[in-house]
Design a protein around this ligand. Structure first.
Ligand code: AMP
Length: 508
């Protein structure tokens, strides 16, 4: 099987249905999309690329993204998606590591395609040459057969520590993720529309797969990125949108709903489903989101190594306010998604009883084939068929997983484990606090001490003494920060994840 077969099938089934949109403008039907992908495939093959060769896509969000992605798959090639915000030097490192042969770029991020070495060619998606690739010439009439275990998507980890690793995601992995979406995340109708507001090089782009399976519309906002007001307008124009968003983006959408004074029903004109994940969503934030926008949220937890497929906290779970454990549940990441099993294990690999914190392990058909040309890292990550995620968490008796922190974020102070997230949850409720990140700083006496970076709310000036009293009131004394740093903003990576490594360096 090849994921491009999904597109070929839709083109036969619903050739005239509009499929790709740039803002409110339709740019391709399913038949046109498939024809363009087949032509891109033919061009790549004519350029000498063989099935299994790597093609980099280093583009801002663009409707052509999906034509090129499926074009490369059509020819049996492996796509290397690269985040548009990476430094050109980081991209060159990925090009070399992946031994890529071609790249598709956009001129806003690569003004001079000659900057890259080692590639046979670079195509600018904004240039006339790319128009010719998609619109002229014969396409490959046959989708190249692939083994389900062949790599489709060579995704480089965000590398908050060390060099990124190439995660080999197969056709089977993505098919599994796509089918799982319908059972665990959302029902999709052909009239639905998915908007790409988060980078298409990441999980947001992969949600093209279930939406293609269902014959829905794919919408790239005209701004090419995330503008809250634009999304509200786009949804009103095209019909309610579904999208994937990191918690920071969800917050801005909710702020916009409040700024526009919208009721939950009015929000429903713009949004069908907002899937959130990728970083912790604090309980207070999701509660505000539900209150403001209604029951249109679903949480997922996954990682590049098992894309979008770990656990899900469904709309129904979030709505069940009368449940005796509702408070714990909305702070959890939900239950295992259908295609996978989840367990929490100690360092020896043995499962821990409910409530105990250990490393989260995932097993199933969504789990990567391994790291590209890195057997040591693969052997460390996949043991006896289980993916060791590096995330710490605990399962409850009903199978709800609550994440604590990445194992490396854990603070050990005076021999006691402190999970930063627990302290952050408390501080977020303190008056005048907008955002907070807690890290450990080396300390000669305690090993580590807790340091909190606090972003005050506009116009507020919370002070360390008041925050300390607030913590003393709610958590064990040894967990409370010994030091507060007030900052204008927190360092975040391109996906909105707080860079705790950078904060740790600052306090070291
Ligand atoms: P990435 O591989 O870049 O997608 O990052 C995956 C990591 O993001 C996971 O290993 C978790 O640490 C974190 N993550 C993903 N989803 C969630 C979620 N729903 N809540 C908290 N953290 C998450």
């Amino acid at each position: 099987m090849n994921l491009a077969h999904l597109l070929q099938r839709k083109a036969l089934e619903h050739p005239q249905r509009p499929a790709l949109f740039s803002g409110t403008q339709p740019v391709a039907t399913h038949a046109q999309w498939a024809r363009r992908a087949a032509r891109v495939g033919a061009r790549l093959r004519a350029a000498g690329l063989q099935p299994g060769d790597r093609v980099v896509i280093f583009m801002r969000n663009h409707p052509r993204y999906l034509e090129l992605l499926f074009g490369a798959w059509w020819a049996g090639l492996v796509v290397v998606p690269v985040n548009a915000k990476l430094h050109l030097r980081e991209v060159q490192w990925i090009v070399d590591n992946a031994q890529a042969r071609r790249a598709f770029v956009t001129s806003d991020i690569v003004p001079d395609p000659a900057v890259f070495t080692g590639l046979d060619g670079v195509i600018d998606a904004d240039a006339a040459e790319c128009d010719a690739w998609v619109n002229e010439g014969e396409g490959l009439d046959r989708v190249e057969d692939r083994d389900p275990g062949d790599t489709a998507w060579l995704f480089y980890t965000s590398g908050t520590t060390g060099r990124p690793k190439g995660v080999m995601i197969t056709h089977r992995n993505l098919l599994t993720m796509g089918l799982g979406y319908f059972n665990d995340v959302d029902h999709v109708d052909p009239g639905d529309a998915i908007a790409y507001a988060a980078p298409m090089s990441h999980g947001a782009g992969l949600y093209a797969i279930p939406h293609l399976m269902a014959g829905a519309r794919h919408v790239v906002p005209a701004s090419g990125g995330f503008e809250a007001a634009e999304l509200f307008d786009l949804g009103r124009a095209l019909g309610p949108l579904s999208l994937f968003a990191a918690p920071t983006i969800v917050k801005r959408i909710v702020d916009e709903a409040q700024a526009q004074g919208l009721t939950p029903d009015q929000c429903g004109q713009s949004f069908k489903t907002i899937v959130y994940g990728g970083a912790p969503m604090y309980a207070a934030d999701i509660r505000r989101a539900l209150r403001t926008m209604g029951s249109r949220f679903v949480q997922i937890y996954g990682q590049g190594e098992s894309p979008m497929t770990g656990t899900a906290l469904s709309r129904a779970h979030l709505a069940e306010t009368g449940h005796p454990r509702h408070e714990e549940r909305i702070a959890s990441v939900g239950v295992a998604q259908t295609p996978v099993r989840i367990r929490v294990a100690g360092p020896d690999g043995r499962s821990l009883p409910p409530g105990e914190v250990g490393e989260v392990l995932i097993r199933g058909d969504s789990v990567m084939a391994g790291y590209w040309r890195n057997p040591e890292a693969t052997a460390a990550a996949i043991r006896d068929g289980w993916l060791w995620t590096g995330d710490m968490g605990a399962l409850d008796a009903d199978g709800f997983l609550t994440l604590k922190d990445r194992s490396k974020d854990l603070i050990i102070s005076g021999g006691s484990n402190i999970y930063p997230r627990e302290v952050e949850e408390v501080l977020l409720h303190a008056p005048g606090v907008a955002e907070v990140a807690v890290v450990g700083a080396p300390d000669p006496e305690w090993g580590e001490v807790v340091v909190a970076f606090v972003v005050p709310q506009p116009g507020a000036a919370p002070d360390a003494k008041a925050l300390d009293a607030f913590c003393l009131d709610q958590i064990a004394r040894f967990k409370r920060p010994k030091r507060y740093e007030f900052v204008g903003s927190l360092p975040k990576n391109n996906y909105g994840k707080v860079l705790k490594t950078a904060l740790r360096e600052r306090v070291a």
